[in-house]
Design a protein around this ligand. Structure first.
Ligand SMILES: *Cc1c(COP(=O)(O)O)cnc(C)c1O
Length: 424
């Protein structure tokens, strides 16, 4: 199936007489005929449902669709993008371990990695994603277990050179984990470029209608954990909490994602509600359609902004001459995403005035939604960062993150034009 077809058809195939639309299994638990049957499920000897914290048919169908869209072997849904990012690292790192991460990432992930995970004894080194491979390699230590980056960084819009990152990771015997939230699998499939694990905040384009916070992890099945067994004992040695199962032996290509479900979901429990997964699935059905319109509209808005004399700079990889134009063309030939960042002449003060003068575009924390929305990262999402950290994350004080929706592009442009005039 091609990607537009997968958006509609993947994940759920009803049998004779079953519901055409993915049912919402709003049930915490599942019934069995015998003690023995249920026991086998607890030992991971048989597939089946017993408790929604570990698995639920609605959640699984949507996870399978996302895995298929990304070209992975299996996926798992989480209750938020934050938990997906956390689990993706925590599944292979423990106290005393270390990982390397691009500086250009979402502010929430930055806090998670640099503050909260440090408290768990997991250390991170941030690297400039545009640095040469040797410089990124220099951040690796003997206890480094992963490399992490974002396809298109939120909100800096830095495009990741996925092949460069994959090579550095693989040269050091560790997986590359890519947050593909902004590009979505419609525009970029990081696994095809060497990423081993893909994570998402499904809250954004995948849901697309601002109804449900959620996340996903997709396992490519490509990373050879056994070839680096000493680095990943959690996957390659017996897990006493499951009667000594060895994930790589029992689950092969799905070792990583099975361990994430069987241990992290079991113990930490960040599951989405089946009802949210149902809504996410509706969003996924139109993802390909919507992404095309987001990209088309964003291109028009970016071109308008780049020609406007009240705008000091525009960052959008679809623009000729943008710093990331060539990388975006390589990894996302059909368009990147609908998010543009730009600065208004007059700095922080004019930026705030501009935002307050918009009528159609709404000031919300949210981004990547069907509705046009706008945010000032320095006073909102990134306000915990000091000036130096802001700079490293590619966020200037005048940066406006403008998320172009799927309304008529001319209405969006008129709204911007009026607000720019009012901000002077
Ligand atoms: C929003 C976002 C997250 C966090 O996701 P939530 O669903 O808000 O928890 C992670 N990564 C990126 C790139 C995001 O945009």
């Amino acid at each position: 199936m091609r990607i537009d077809t997968k958006c509609i058809q993947s994940g759920y195939t009803p049998k004779n007489g079953e519901a055409r639309i993915l049912p919402i299994y709003q049930s915490t638990t599942f019934k069995y005929e015998s003690t023995e049957q249920m026991g086998r499920l607890f030992d991971l000897e048989e597939d089946g449902y017993f408790y929604t914290r570990l698995a639920n048919p609605t959640n699984d169908a949507v996870a399978a669709k996302i895995a298929d869209l990304e070209g992975g072997v299996a996926g798992m849904l989480t209750s938020s993008g934050q938990s997906a990012c956390f689990y993706s690292i925590f599944n292979i790192c423990e106290a005393g371990d270390h990982f390397v991460c691009s500086t250009s990432i979402y502010g929430g992930t930055y806090n998670l990695f640099s503050v909260t995970m440090k408290k768990l004894g997991i250390d991170v080194t941030f690297v400039d994603p545009d640095a040469p491979a040797e410089e990124i390699a220099a951040a690796f230590r003997p206890n480094t277990k992963a490399l992490f980056g974002e396809t298109i960084a939120n909100p800096a819009l830095v495009v990741l050179d996925i092949e460069k990152f994959a090579k550095v990771a693989h040269d050091h015997g560790v997986p590359l984990i890519v947050d593909n939230t902004f590009a979505t699998p419609i525009n970029c499939r990081p696994i095809e470029w060497g990423a081993d694990i893909v994570v998402h905040s499904t809250t954004k384009y995948m849901d697309g209608h601002a109804t449900s916070v959620g996340g996903a992890i997709v396992d490519s099945g490509n990373f050879d954990w056994e070839a680096h067994a000493d680095k990943f004992p959690g996957l390659t040695t017996p897990d006493e909490s499951y009667h000594g199962v060895v994930y790589t032996e029992r689950f092969g290509k799905a070792a990583y994602i099975t361990k994430a479900t069987a241990t992290l979901m079991r113990d930490l429990g960040s599951i989405p509600s089946p009802h949210n997964s149902f809504l996410l699935n509706l969003g996924l059905e139109t993802l390909a359609l919507r992404m095309r319109k987001h990209c088309e509209n964003a291109q028009k808005v970016a071109e308008f902004l780049s020609k406007n004399d009240k705008v000091s700079w525009v960052s959008f990889s679809g623009l000729e001459g943008d710093k990331y134009h060539d990388l975006a063309k390589k990894y996302m030939p059909n368009g990147s995403c609908g998010v543009i960042s730009f600065g208004v002449k007059g700095g922080r003060e004019s930026a705030v005035k501009f935002m307050d003068s918009l009528k159609l575009a709404a000031i919300v924390t949210h981004v990547a939604d069907a509705r046009t929305s706008v945010l000032h990262p320095a006073s909102h999402t990134h306000r915990q960062m000091n000036d130096e950290e802001l700079k490293a994350a590619g966020v200037t004080p005048d940066l406006i993150r403008f998320s172009v929706g799927i309304e008529d592009a001319d209405d969006i442009i008129e709204d911007i034009e009026n607000a720019l005039r009012a901000a002077q």
